[in-house]
Design a protein around this ligand. Structure first.
Ligand code: CA
Ligand code: ZN
Length: 299
């Protein structure tokens, strides 16, 4: 099995990071990932005060994809996500949406079974997802806690098993890194954590050379999502909606006005997360609507 072990992690997306593994497009590779606390917490009595907060949000990688060149698009198909047997949820003062109501940082350990994560005896159905997935950005290095055009900490609930993530390539080899898997998370991630869990993420990587994107796109069984991150949700949804509009306009025969009407009638703005340094929006079009436009795929 082609695997990158979790000891090979980085806290940044950067074109100066040295690849830890190489792959030819069309092949599969497993990213073994730490949880977002870099496995510093593994039981209820571990103290969050002792945590080195410089050691959070590690991503395994980077992986060099042979032949990948700037302006191409990287296609990452998530084949499977195997979770470790426990996860961590945490919150406290100064973080998340309601941090001002709290006076101390606390955490809970969630046992993870085949189909659920157990939070204080409450059984939660798994919603396995990848929090951090991205490539080297076109700017200087970006820490793994921050999302952007390169992907990164998008904390997007629909990046799960079977999903396809399309990322813009800015640097030779693309330099893909993956981390921050969640066993379950609500849109918004309002308390600043999901069920943070170590995992083995099996992906297939391919290159697309005839379609350039400006921001990540996610494809699921039944929909496509343009994804954008910005200082505010207002700024983020403007980018995501505009990306979708431009792609649809190039692919279907509707006028601008008609297309905007159709999007207004059928497409959904959804929130990925509101707690990271930039906020992330996803904008959804169902494949059944694309089909009615005689567009067989968005990308
Ligand atoms: Ca995250
Ligand atoms: Zn996380």
């Amino acid at each position: 099995m082609n695997i990158i072990r979790k000891e090979n992690y980085t806290f940044t997306f950067s074109n100066s990071n040295k690849p830890v593994s190489f792959i030819k497009p069309g092949n599969n590779i497993v990213f073994e990932t730490h949880d977002c606390m870099c496995s510093q917490i593994s039981c209820e009595t571990d103290n969050l005060d002792g945590i080195d907060f410089d050691k959070v949000n590690p991503a395994t990688g980077p992986l060099y994809i042979e032949g990948a060149m700037p302006n191409q698009t990287l296609k990452v198909t998530v084949q499977s996500i195997d979770l470790d047997n426990y996860g961590i949820a945490m919150t406290g003062p100064g973080v998340g949406v309601l941090g001002e109501k709290l006076d101390k940082m606390t955490h809970n350990i969630l046992n993870i079974t085949e189909n659920s994560a157990i939070f204080k005896n409450i059984e939660l159905p798994l919603n396995k997802m990848i929090g951090v997935i991205g490539v080297a950005p076109n700017s200087e290095s970006i820490n793994c806690g921050t999302p952007g055009s390169h992907g990164g900490n998008m904390d997007c609930k629909v990046i799960g098993e079977g999903s396809i993530v399309y990322l813009p390539i800015y640097t030779p080899g693309a330099l893909l890194s993956v981390g921050d898997v969640h066993a379950v998370m609500g849109d918004g991630e309002i308390g600043v954590s999901g069920a943070e869990v170590g995992a083995k993420v099996d992906v297939n990587v391919e290159l697309i050379s005839n379609f350039k994107i400006n921001n990540p796109i996610v494809e699921t069984d039944d929909a496509y999502y343009t994804i954008a991150s910005a200082q505010t949700l207002d700024d983020a949804y403007k980018i995501a909606v505009e990306d979708m509009f431009e792609i649809l306009l190039s692919k279907c025969s509707l006028s601008k006005n008609d297309l905007i009407m159709l999007m207004s009638l059928t497409c959904d703005i959804e929130v990925c997360q509101v707690v990271d340094p930039l906020k992330t929006i996803r904008y959804k079009i169902k494949k059944e609507i694309l089909k009615k436009l005689n567009v067989d795929k968005l990308i």
